[in-house]
Write a protein that binds this ligand. Sequence first.
Ligand code: ATP
Ligand code: MG
Length: 356
Amino acid sequence: MDKIIKNVLDTLEQHGFCSYLVGGYVRDTLLGIKTFDVDICTSALPKDIHAIFSICSNNYGGANLKIDNYNIDITTFREESKYVNRHPEEVNYITDLASDLMRRDFTINAICIDKTGKVIDCLNGINDLNNCLIKMIGDANYRLKDDPLRILRAIRFATTLNFAIDDELMLALKKNASLVSTLSGSRIREELDKILSSPNFKKGLKLLDDLGISKLIGLSYDDCFYTSDLMGMYVQVKVLKIPFTNNEKSNIIRITEVVNKGIINYETLFNYGLYINTVAGMVLNIDIKKINQMYKKMPIKDRTDIAINGSEIIELLNIKPGKIVSEIYSELITEILSGRLKNKKSDIRKYLLKRK
Ligand code: ATP
Ligand code: MG
């Protein structure tokens, strides 16, 4: 166990509180997947956690520590409470681990490791981990109704881990899939991001289709290529009911424009820049190395790279500033990118005078 994590567990224990690693960190570590997102559950109350680690901010009755690369979430043992619009009406803090595990979603997310590294597996999570199975803790039907985010979490884990969904859970998913429409766009997006970030994303899309969730959230796609960039995925998988920032929207539009051209060349690199072209290249299945090489070789990457400026053009051609100058600029860009004109002031001057 990493020293940093052990330190956090030891600190809680030294103050008289039980503490365990749990959730995604344990699941992924047992599967041999390296992760820096750590979940710790403890008998310490939020106020104790805040005092022990000198944290002022309160977040969902727990605390978040950022130590080196680690993002550590510490939460107090709690019981499942009645949910209202996906938020527990009240949180019941408790002192024993077993009941805290019962309120968790899937058995593979309820395996614990104590400070000595001992695995505590009250709900047979290890067995399901070995059998590659997503199994709900308790009555699947009831637990999905209580918190429909679990519907998307089930699909997410089935996708990212390439696990099968247990029969009882699958039946409950079919019954309750429509409850996804009660989730906020941003919660849906968080899970979709994780599904689409997986090279196994097609499994997730099929589950979303088969369960009728795609229709509910306005998700559609044709043929899709896996791209390590999430925006590349959202260029291919359109989803109406999730939020995007203005910057993301603009990137999606610009990547789509290059994808629709079907080619990466000096012109697309000049007009859209390296990032947009790289992602478009991924969608078009074009070798990224080739795109980078092409970008390096470009005689100009930007308007400011042109060896003559606006006032020099105006003076040389004795023209007035305005549209004509920008038309001349566009022409110069085309000529220089095509290789017909060298990006040298003397050559450009000669070209402009001859053109006049
Ligand atoms: P990852 O961090 O890789 O996204 P995770 O399983 O750790 O996956 P978190 O959101 O960090 O997901 O949650 C930590 C743990 O809290 C989960 O493993 C699970 O035990 C519990 N949990 C999270 N969300 C829910 C939920 N909606 N219902 C029940 N338990 C949940
Ligand atoms: Mg986690």
